[in-house]
Write a protein that binds this ligand. Structure first.
Ligand code: G6P
Length: 612
């Protein structure tokens, strides 16, 4: 995913920009570049296909000296990865821009700008923005780069963050945020910008977060911000408190707990640049997304472990929203059996690491077997899975250290839901329903925060599990895979035997096991299966079972003898699997802590299973 860095300073900025880009490498990218305004007010630019190291070599040979500059790592959306398409893009030799996100109406704008005499050298939507700003800048009533950017963005549709420099105003950085993140790093006598504060930690720990619609004019000693309506606004300066290294536990006792608590932020990051207020931006899923998703008649999902559970949830979404048949199978099974390949099947691998041996083997087989295209949902840029797939949606979970997967799962679900909406649009999903679900996705980070606030109560609940040897997890519909994931978490880290069943299957076997020594955990969002689930709960209670229910506050499930209810905030039925996963993670975590197991590295398990 693209990254932006910029600086306006008294010192040379090349080193700051390069280091910033290095720190954004984890997001995944295909090319990198920077533009710096030198003392003679000339913009010098360097761009390279491939790694930041290649750019570093180029600027070591021909340094870009100067006090104001912008830099970028690009992840192709419009136009293939190439030096020509890499950012910064320029209009003439006086204006340079870097951009994250998607400009949806770029074709129309391109035609208009061409008619106005602007020449295009790339296939990107970004170059359109460069020329559009320059076009505004030349107008007699426009007095500054800031005014030109402000006028230009009124013409843009989509999601974007921009950083612009102009040789006529060599000590200004003009930036804006509309759907893609942008942060200002506050220095002393110098200021910085980036798409992620991690990029700027070597130079500052003070940050101002732009809000949607903000536009800012940044100089060495002064930053002016206006909101969408043109009112001057102050955004608070906050100090970055955590250790710069994502692989540190910081204030948390275990990585797993830290990663559970990171979920609001990383889920948000996984949506950024991919959705507007009302729609999914298909182009943000990759240049080829439109073509590959057209005419998909079947989706075959392959994964292992927790990623497999994400695939199981996705099946409900894909069939419900896109109306496309979907099959899900664990990779180790899929690869050793004959399968009937339906026409126009999209092969979709889900993997946190991108290196799981069975998943990769299944992918390689599928490519030979003639599936329509291979797509991946993955958390590790540059992994084998990412390199070998035709289309990739990166989750933005950041490094996951705990062996028991948490934030990787909820970001996978987020990416899968966004993918589902893109696929559904090709299959007749109406705009209103898309807008409703996009709104629901936007609420997920806040709802996960609310779940995290229940941590204390969940810790209390966990005491009832400490001396137990078995447990049962129940769920219906898309909450069945959530129950599977809850059971997997508990068994992985607390070593308590945990099984998950679709609640409707209870009578067909597991009910025989239910007694007071067998806690039964269930999640009860307020969906159309609630009444049926309630009957299943009664079946358990009637056998003396101890129930632990995470129930929507509006669901009307009240605590009584044998029924422990933790009321949780109401969430949309479609996003419920993401949000309801969180209390189950916390429950397992606390049980494991009470039992004194090695939470982050449970016995016999590995984070990345690179052998069969
Ligand atoms: C191992 C890990 C799990 C993970 C599974 C699949 O079992 O312990 O947390 O879900 O592998 O890994 P992947 O990297 O392909 O998602």
């Amino acid at each position: 995913m693209c990254g932006i860095v910029g600086a306006v300073s008294e010192r040379d900025v090349q080193g700051i920009l390069l280091e910033g880009l290095r720190r954004l490498e984890y997001r995944g990218y295909d090319s990198a570049g920077m533009a710096v305004i030198d003392a003679g007010k000339t913009i010098n630019r360097a761009r390279e296909l491939g790694k930041v190291a290649a750019l570093a070599e180029a600027v070591a040979e021909t340094p870009l000296t100067g006090n104001t500059g912008i830099a970028h790592t690009r992840w192709a959306t419009h136009g293939e990865p190439s030096q020509i398409n890499a950012h910064p893009h320029m209009s003439g030799d006086r204006l340079a821009i870097v951009h994250n996100g998607i400009i949806e109406n770029y074709q129309e704008l391109r035609t208009e700008l061409k008619a106005d005499g602007f020449e295009f050298t790339s296939q990107t939507d970004t170059e359109v923005v460069a020329h559009l700003i320059e076009q505004q800048y030349r107008k007699p009533d426009i007095n500054s780069l800031y005014d030109a950017v402000k006028a230009a963005i009124n013409h843009l549709r989509g999601a974007f963050a921009l950083a612009v420099v102009h040789a006529d105003e060599p000590d200004h950085l003009v930036v804006c945020r509309e759907g893609s993140p942008l942060v200002i790093g506050v220095g002393i006598g110098e200021n910085f910008i980036a798409s992620d504060q991690l990029a700027l930690l070597p130079v500052t720990d003070r940050f101002m977060f732009l809000e949607e619609g903000d536009i800012a004019d940044i100089r060495r000693n002064r930053t002016q911000i206006h909101d969408r309506d043109g009112n001057p606004v102050d955004r608070p300066v906050t100090r970055f408190e955590h250790n710069a290294d994502a692989a540190e536990k910081g204030e948390y006792r275990h990585f797993m707990l830290k990663e559970i608590y990171e979920q609001p932020r990383v889920i948000q990051a996984t949506t950024e640049g991919r959705i507007t207020q009302t729609r999914v931006l298909e182009q943000a899923l990759g240049t080829k997304a439109g073509n590959l998703l057209e005419n998909v008649r079947h989706v075959q999902i392959i994964a292992c472990g927790t990623s497999y559970h994400a695939g199981m949830v996705a099946r409900y979404w894909i069939e419900d929203l896109a109306g496309v048949p979907c099959s899900v199978e664990v990779a180790s099974e899929f690869r050793y059996r004959k399968h009937v390949i339906q026409q126009d099947t999209l092969f979709l691998c889900i993997s946190q690491s991108g290196e799981t041996a069975d998943t990769l083997a299944a992918l390689r087989q599928a490519k030979k077997a003639g599936f329509r295209a291979a797509m991946a949902i993955c958390n590790v840029p540059g992994s084998s899975l990412v390199r070998e797939s035709d289309l990739v949606i990166m989750t933005q979970a950041g490094p996951e250290i705990g062996v028991a997967s948490t934030k990787a799962f909820t970001t996978q679900l987020t990416a899968l839901l966004i993918f589902t909406l893109a696929l559904a649009r090709h299959n007749g999903l109406d705009e209103e329903r898309e807008a409703e679900i996009v709104q629901a996705i936007r609420m997920v980070p806040g709802q996960v925060e609310q779940m995290l606030a229940l941590d204390g109560k969940i810790a209390e609940m966990s005491q009832s599990f400490m001396d137990k040897h078995h447990s049962l997890f129940l769920g219906r519909g898309a909450m069945f895979p959530v129950a599977l994931e809850g059971a997997l978490k508990l068994k992985e880290i607390s070593y308590i035997h945990a099984e998950a069943y679709p609640a409707g299957e209870l009578k067909h076997g597991p009910l025989a096991l239910v007694d007071s020594e067998m806690p039964v955990v269930t999640v009860a969002p307020n969906n159309d299966l609630l009444e049926k689930l309630k009957s299943n709960l009664e079946e358990v209670r009637a056998r003396g079972g101890q129930l632990f229910v995470f129930a929507d506050q509006a669901a009307g499930v009240r605590g009584e003898e044998g029924l422990n209810v933790l009321e949780v905030p109401s969430v949309h039925a479609i996003t419920a699997p993401i949000v309801y996963t969180v209390p189950l993670q916390l429950l397992s975590y606390h049980v494991a802590v009470l039992k004194g197991t090695d939470v982050d590295q449970p016995r016999n398990l590995a984070k990345s299973v690179t052998v069969e």
